[in-house]
Write a protein that binds this ligand. Structure first.
Ligand SMILES: NC(=O)c1ccc[n+]([C@@H]2O[C@H](COP(=O)([O-])OP(=O)(O)OC[C@H]3O[C@@H](n4cnc5c(N)ncnc54)[C@H](O)[C@@H]3O)[C@@H](O)[C@H]2O)c1
Length: 373
């Protein structure tokens, strides 16, 4: 396959607008370094990454910045959701100070959503906020977590309970990084890609289903196509509702139950996208119980999930009451009222702000019954 050219999408947020640069080989060719150099504006650059991503991605990026005369340092944080916490962020602040990162400095995250959320939050709060650039290296982060400016960390009491909206100055997406991503992580990202089809674009869902074999083979053209359309959808939604006063909530389709599943299993059993896959099926069933979602939506969703080898059965060992309690603790719950994104049809969803717990319990029992066959 010939060279694919880079392209740019814009997240339209007035003075906080920024570009998503998408291109195969952006990192290995040094083009990413060039983009970051443009944003460094003569200041120091601190790259935040995981130890496992140093050799392939973070160190070459730091070297290319040094060659351009930019003072760059790398700080590592342990991989895994369990390290996305306030003490890891406190360590980042201290590393920033030791390195002499001042208000002109730039933080660059290299990694998945965990590094991006954590480094973004550190950048949002260090010296009352400095600029940062996201270099997402998981599919999930490339299509979702790196775009839109949500940053934060988890508390023992729940996920993402401390955070800030802090838009990056740029996002650099290199699909070639996905060649080293474990297959389970790739599939986890496909869950969010499927979500975009369900919530926003029926034709996109059909093309994702067709492209799934190529995506799982990591065909670069197929990956670039779906990453670009997913980012375009997220940028359109965020551009209209930066701080989630309304429309942006549609991105949470599957997340009420998905986040609860992650929380009650202590973030160990499911990848984020796996929990969202199951949560999307439950959300369809909630809509069916309430009479707003036709069963055909669940049919199309489950077909896509199956082809992506993503889970769809509700774990039989997890009680509905446990999920309801966890969902009630979620930061999106207002005054104890459960919020769900429900589907009217593929490509058309809406926020329901007060879903009765009995409807959720009934949907989960139905979901478990499906697993029983
Ligand atoms: N801010 C947002 O809008 C938003 C949206 C969705 C999810 N999130 C957050 O994102 C997080 C999940 O992100 P994730 O799924 O990217 O997981 P992750 O960041 O934990 O990364 C998964 C694993 O893949 C490894 N990895 C990353 N890139 C790699 C590569 N190219 N090759 C080999 N290994 C690689 C990582 O080191 C890690 O072990 C959650 O904390 C979730 O809350 C945030």
């Amino acid at each position: 396959m010939g060279e694919l050219s880079d392209f740019c999408l814009s997240v339209p947020l007035g003075e906080r607008s920024y570009s998503l640069h998408i291109g195969n080989g952006l990192l290995s060719s040094g083009r990413a370094g060039g983009i970051i150099a443009g944003h460094a504006r003569g200041g120091k650059v601190c790259i935040v990454t995981h130890p496992g991503l140093l050799r392939s991605y973070a160190s070459p990026l730091a070297s290319s910045l040094s060659e351009m005369g930019i003072e760059a340092a790398i700080v590592t944080v342990p991989a895994g959701e369990r390290s996305k916490n306030l003490s890891a962020v406190a360590r980042l602040y201290r590393e920033f100070i030791l390195f002499g990162l001042d208000r002109k400095g730039l933080v660059v995250s290299v990694g998945g959503g965990v590094v991006g959320d954590m480094a973004g939050f550190a950048a949002a709060t260090y010296l009352r906020g400095i600029r940062f650039v996201q270099v997402p290296t998981t599919l999930l982060a490339q299509v979702d977590a790196s775009v839109g400016g949500k940053t934060g960390v988890d508390l023992p009491e729940g996920k993402n309970l401390v955070g800030a909206f802090h838009q990056p100055s740029a996002v650099i997406i290199d699909p070639a990084t996905l060649m080293t991503l474990p297959l389970r992580e790739l599939r986890s990202g496909l869950s969010e890609v499927i979500k975009y089809g369900i919530i926003y674009d029926k034709a996109f869902l059909s093309s994702v289903v067709t492209l799934l074999p190529a995506l799982m083979r990591r065909d670069e053209a197929a990956l670039t196509t779906v990453i670009a359309r997913s980012c375009e959808i997220k940028a359109e939604v965020v551009g209209q509702d930066e701080t989630e006063q309304g429309l942006r909530a549609i991105l949470n389709f599957g997340h009420t139950v998905g986040h609860a599943l992650e929380s009650v299993t202590a973030y160990r059993r499911f990848k984020h996208g796996e929990a969202i896959a199951i949560g999307m099926v439950t959300a369809c069933l909630v809509g069916e119980v309430l009479g707003v979602t036709p069963t055909s939506v669940r049919g199309e969703l489950c077909e896509a999930l199956e082809r992506a080898h993503l889970p769809q059965s509700f774990p039989l060992d997890i009680e509905a009451d446990l999920i309801l309690a966890a969902a009630q603790r979620d930061k999106k719950t207002e005054a104890g009222r459960l919020q769900f994104i429900l589907a009217r049809q593929i490509g058309e969803v809406f926020l329901s702000r007060n879903v009765p717990p009995e409807a959720v319990r009934a949907a989960i029992e139905r979901h478990k019954g499906l697993a029983d066959g």
